[in-house]
Design a protein around this ligand. Structure first.
Ligand code: ADP
Length: 429
């Protein structure tokens, strides 16, 4: 298999967003959790997005992990690698975008790297090198107060130059508007001057298409899901990838029992649980028992196992803001959150061992704990259940064994409509 596109994402949710964007654009896409093992069994795909957690770690570590991911992707034939960053250029003057870009550029021998976090449909635009978040420049947006990476400069040419060993140039909107040849000419002018990276303006969706066409003939680019979309469209329009409208393989039925887990306490999830209660049995965990008796997972599994054959069920730790506040006041916010997440992971593990093959999880952190516990190396991305929430098919772990095939839906608390759990199960057969 030769990958048409390799991607390295600096966080998990960004990776999911990119994988979903590529899938919607017609690319068969797998998202892996961390750098995959050399012998990971992959289905036939066009793109792989390697999810790292490298956005806010020490720069040297981010470089090492990103290099390992690049090596894996190039080893699978990816001639172009996109380093996926946050669309708000989330970073400090110490990195990690510049150092990772420098290292990957060195490894692939690229003369000049295209850089843009623009994604107009989500309100991220770049003009004269300045990043706008909605109507305001980055340094006037809420990102100026980000707890880890406060952004005080909206000029990305300057921001990137402070992080990078190479000089940084600009391809402005006027050039992008003139089209592919004008952009190529500008890039070769910059490269001839020894400039190794260029921030590219993009204000409209069509700008991403021009950028994608140019980027595709380079070895490396840096940006958010917007440039991913541009690259995907270029691959489809050039015929290098045959667009697959929805990923039929990802959604192929697996059969077997289904279960839902809810750890999110968001309003949306509480409403979705209330609606699920009308159509499936629901067990509400008792958070205090998680701390006192420590047998809450076993109790939940004893409740669930005899019911699995009768249809889907839901197990929830989710509670109202008042109940959550009471648990947090007693056990501490982080300790309570962690203990409950681990209990949900124990329950997920027990359910899968009892034959569950279709698992819906509500809550971002809760999903992370479940995926880690199940040691799932990656997912093939399928059709969207709700905006930003696709059906996922576990890949890797002895995928050829039919009985190990598994479908998941992982959603952040606020995502999905009021009937999310039944909507998800309808697409997960
Ligand atoms: P969301 O996507 O809505 O942010 P997360 O799963 O990321 O959901 O976060 C929810 C957090 O709340 C998790 O750490 C979870 O363990 C914790 N939690 C779940 N139920 C309760 C509860 N009843 N009391 C206190 N904390 C809870």
């Amino acid at each position: 298999m030769t990958l048409a596109l390799g991607c390295i994402a600096d966080d998990y949710t960004g990776a999911s967003d990119l994988a979903n964007t590529l899938t919607r654009a017609g690319l068969r896409t797998v998202q892996t959790i961390g750098v995959p093992a050399d012998d990971l069994a992959l289905p036939e795909v066009d793109a792989v997005v390697v999810s790292l957690k490298s956005r806010s770690i020490e720069a040297g570590l981010a470089v090492t992990r990103s290099r390992a991911a690049e090596k894996w992707l190039r080893g699978r034939g990816a001639s172009h690698v996109l380093f996926k960053i946050c669309s708000t250029f989330d970073s400090t003057d110490a990195g990690n975008i510049g150092p990772v870009m420098d290292a990957l550029r060195e490894d692939c021998g690229e003369a000049i790297v295209l850089v843009t976090p623009a994604f107009p449909e989500t309100g991220r635009t770049v003009y004269q090198g300045n990043l706008f978040v909605g109507a305001v420049p980055l340094n006037e947006s809420p990102l100026k107060d980000h707890p880890l990476n406060p952004m005080h400069d909206s000029n990305l040419v300057r921001v990137l130059a402070r992080q990078s060993r190479t000089s940084v140039g600009l391809v402005d909107l006027a050039t992008v508007t003139r089209g592919v040849d004008a952009v190529r000419l500008r890039l070769s002018d910059l490269a001839a001057k020894g400039i190794g990276a260029a921030v590219i303006d993009a204000v409209f969706d069509r700008d991403l298409e021009t950028i994608g066409l140019v980027a595709g003939s380079h070895r490396l680019s840096v940006g958010a899901s917007g440039i991913g979309l541009g690259l995907a469209r270029a691959l489809v329009s050039s015929g290098k990838v045959k667009s697959s409208a929805t990923n039929a393989e990802a959604g192929a039925p697996v059969g077997g029992p289904a279960a839902c887990l809810a750890g999110s306490c968001s309003q949306a999830t509480l409403q979705q649980m209330a609606n699920a209660e009308r159509v499936m049995p629901v067990l509400h965990l008792d958070p205090t028992r998680i701390f006192t008796d420590k047998d809450e997972a076993q109790r939940a599994l004893a409740w669930a196992k005899p019911r699995l054959a009768d249809g889907p069920l839901l197990i929830a730790s989710s509670a109202t803001p008042e109940a959550v506040a009471a648990v947090q006041a007693r056990y501490g916010r982080d300790a309570a959150g962690h203990a409950i997440e681990q209990t949900m992971a124990d329950i997920a593990d027990g359910l899968v061992q009892s034959g569950v093959r279709r698992l819906v999880v509500a809550g971002g952190e809760t999903s992370g704990a479940v995926v880690d516990r199940l040691k799932i190396p990656g997912f093939l991305v399928g059709a969207e259940i709700a905006a930003g929430v696709p059906v996922l098919r576990a890949v890797g772990a002895k995928e050829s064994a039919k009985e190990s095939a598994m479908l998941l839906a992982l959603k952040s608390g606020n995502f999905g409509g009021p009937e999310f759990f039944t909507d998800a199960l309808r697409l997960m057969r």
